[in-house]
Design a protein around this ligand. Structure first.
Ligand code: BGC
Length: 379
């Protein structure tokens, strides 16, 4: 049974999204992934948080986004010793085991979690740098307070980017994922404008290596692939086109990647993560509809981007909460109940879903930032 409603009020949902994210941001600056979902309560992810901050920054919430980036900087600076050790060990040819790499999510006070998790994920370390640089440019802010944390993060990524790790979906740790590489490259590229010249030169040469690797092993059938050497596509790859800009939106690779995501993973406007997804039955993710919408918009198809925004908005509950995924079209219906029994109902609201709705709606000009805020603050 679908929770989708026929004609959502974009304006009301935008106000609600802004208010929800603003109200749930913690005093430390972290954005919780979801306030109620059992497995996420008490944690902030770099990946979710960076995209949430990017949306808040686009919505003129300069203070909120800035507080998140300060939280990220603190998280990284507190791990300076671990990062130096990882960099040294790696350069001495002793690759640290995955359990010694930095985690994907943190408690609100910036500590490592105490529950077991699929923690070794590199994408969030690139994504926070990318979102930070976009925020500094958008609001013409001074990068100096972030220089040290950006340099440490960049050195961690330079030492580690070639390693297999868990992907956006915290799965398939044995592979090198193309959307992870896109996040890492976007973050390194962004950091190059913040850090000192020597590090910046190292970054430039490594960026060439990342691109070469993706172009030789990360493309098949003309489109980006889920992981190096795979043949499949993944919904997260839309982000490589926009907002990350790793792939030129007018290129043939972008055109074919969008087309593969549309034909393999999209039903109406709802985008699946990948074929073979069984998490809560493998439903459609409104946040991925928004990423695909951003890619279409960057490539010039405003009509399709608008339709994807409408689809994402239509997944809101009567209380205007956006879920992580919807059960309208499931890849593995038999697996849904197993996850409900394990973790409870699908995460709702998911702040990342609200953020991506805001981000696409603002990019399309369908959300009027001035109208939904007063004195720059969500009302
Ligand atoms: C998703 C991740 C996400 C996390 C928190 C997981 O189920 O696979 O992409 O970062 O939830 O929202």
């Amino acid at each position: 049974m679908s929770t989708r409603r026929p004609r959502p009020d974009i304006d009301a949902l935008a106000r609600r999204s802004l208010r929800l994210i603003g109200a749930l941001q913690t005093t430390e600056g972290a954005y919780p992934a979801s306030p109620t979902f059992s497995a996420y309560v008490g944690y902030s992810w770099l990946r979710d948080g960076a995209f949430i901050a990017d949306a808040m920054s686009s919505a003129g919430q300069v203070d909120s986004a800035g507080r998140f980036f300060e939280w990220c900087a603190d998280v990284v600076l507190r791990r300076a010793g671990a990062i130096e050790w990882i960099v040294e060990e790696t350069s001495a040819g002793r690759r640290p085991p995955a359990e010694h790499m930095l985690p994907a999510r943190f408690t609100f006070s910036g500590d490592d979690g105490t529950d077991d998790w699929w923690d070794f994920q590199l994408d969030g370390y690139g994504t926070w740098l990318w979102a930070l640089a976009a925020h500094l440019t958008r609001h013409q802010l001074d990068p100096a307070p972030y220089r040290e944390a950006a340099a440490l993060t960049a050195r961690y990524l330079l030492a580690s980017w070639e390693r297999p790790c868990y992907d956006w979906w915290e799965e398939h740790a044995q592979h090198v994922h193309v959307s992870t590489l896109a996040c890492v490259a976007a973050g390194l590229d962004a950091a190059a404008s913040i850090v000192d010249t020597d590090l910046s030169a190292d970054i430039r040469s490594e960026l060439t290596a990342i691109r070469r690797l993706v172009m030789t092993q990360g493309i098949g059938g003309g489109h980006l692939l889920k992981w190096l050497g795979s043949t499949a596509v993944d919904g997260s790859l839309a982000a490589a086109i926009a907002p990350l800009g790793f792939v030129d939106p007018h290129s043939e690779v972008a055109r074919r990647t969008i087309s593969a995501i549309e034909s393999h993973l999209t039903v109406e406007g709802g985008v699946h993560r990948y074929l073979g997804d069984t998490f809560f039955g493998g439903g459609q993710w409104p946040l991925l509809s928004c990423f695909l919408g951003l890619a279409h918009l960057a490539a010039g198809d405003t009509g399709r981007a608008n339709a994807l925004l409408d689809w994402a908005a239509s997944t809101a509950t009567d209380d205007l909460d956006l879920p992580e995924q919807t059960p309208g079209h499931l890849i593995a219906p038999g697996m849904r109940q197993e996850w409900i029994d394990r973790w409870g109902p699908v995460a709702t609201p998911l702040l990342w879903s609200h953020a991506m709705f805001l981000r696409l709606g603002i990019a399309l000009g369908r959300i009027d930032v001035e109208a939904i805020t007063t004195d720059g603050v969500a009302q």
